[in-house]
Design a protein around this ligand. Structure first.
Ligand SMILES: Nc1ncnc2c1ncn2[C@@H]1O[C@H](COP(=O)(O)OP(=O)(O)OP(=O)(O)O)[C@@H](O)[C@H]1O
Length: 258
């Protein structure tokens, strides 16, 4: 249930979200709420509707129906204000290959009224020694850290991180996880879209699972394991619990449409 009392207003509240692209319903009915200071995970199979949901939250897409509130504001009606309060991790593949790390941060800083200090941000993401490196010379992990820095350049209160550690080696993943924990410790609320259950278990306080455009779970990782164990007592870890729940949902819908 979404809590709306002023003393405990969620930072992000999504209620009954719906978004279609022509005949394709990408998001049919998604609801969840993220509290201040949380790292909240958004999970679901490929094509479930996660990116569409976060693009509606960030104001990049306009929803067809349902309510979204971010820091008490509506993304499509108050997008200008929210743009500096919500940092969305962009895909760095969009950056010119010759652009240097520090230049990229300075260019993006110029778009915001109160940007983060570039030297401090370089330090936070561990790229000070690579500040003069061209984008094309960065490793996968360094590119990922740059994309996180770009999400933080506007000094946001909320960071939306999508596919945070895809393609990184084990050390790179751990470095990025530590960075996300530092981001949270600095007071930023994090919405994390992920396919990796170990990442979610390590980082997230709570999570929502979306399947076929609908929220099928909203709660803590422990709650998810307990829910799955009710149906199958052998389930004792998050990955098995997640897979069992998604599978049960698929069977339910296939059964309903048979
Ligand atoms: N612009 C669009 N036009 C038509 N269909 C779209 C568009 N964007 C997304 N879709 C479709 O909507 C559904 C949900 O897509 P979305 O990208 O939100 O899923 P996702 O959960 O983020 O998937 P993944 O984990 O693969 O990134 C998919 O079937 C996708 O093909």
């Amino acid at each position: 249930m979404i809590r709306t009392t002023p003393s405990h207003q969620p930072v992000i509240a999504v209620r009954g979200l719906r978004k279609a692209f022509g005949p394709k319903v990408a998001v049919a009915d998604v609801s969840f709420a993220v509290d201040a200071g949380e790292i909240f995970g958004l999970l679901g199979p490929n094509g479930a509707g996660k990116t569409t949901t976060v693009e509606c939250i960030s104001g990049m897409l306009e929803s067809d129906d349902g309510g979204i509130s971010v820091l008490g504001r509506h993304p499509s009606q108050e997008g200008t204000v929210l743009r500096s309060l919500v940092g969305y991790q962009m895909q760095t593949s969009a950056l010119p290959s010759t652009l240097r790390v520090e230049e990229a941060l300075r260019v993006f800083a110029s778009f915001y009224p109160k940007p983060a200090a570039v030297p401090e941000l370089l330090d936070t993401v561990g790229l000070t020694h690579r500040r003069k490196a061209a984008f094309s010379a960065l490793s996968g992990g360094e590119r990922q850290r740059l994309s996180i820095a770009l999400a933080l350049i506007g000094n946001p209160r909320v960071a939306i991180l999508d596919e945070l550690t895809t393609g990184l080696d084990p050390q790179g993943r751990r470095d990025v996880w530590a960075l996300v924990e530092r981001i949270r410790a600095s007071g930023i609320t994090v919405l994390l879209v992920s396919h990796f259950l170990d990442e979610v278990e390590r980082l997230c306080d709570r999570l929502a699972i979306i399947a076929d455009g609908r929220t099928i779970f909203d709660g803590t990782p422990e709650h998810l394991i307990a829910r799955a164990a009710e149906a199958n007592p052998e389930i004792d870890n998050l990955e098995d619990a997640y897979l069992a729940l998604v599978d049960a949902n698929q069977t339910h819908y296939e059964g309903a449409s048979a």
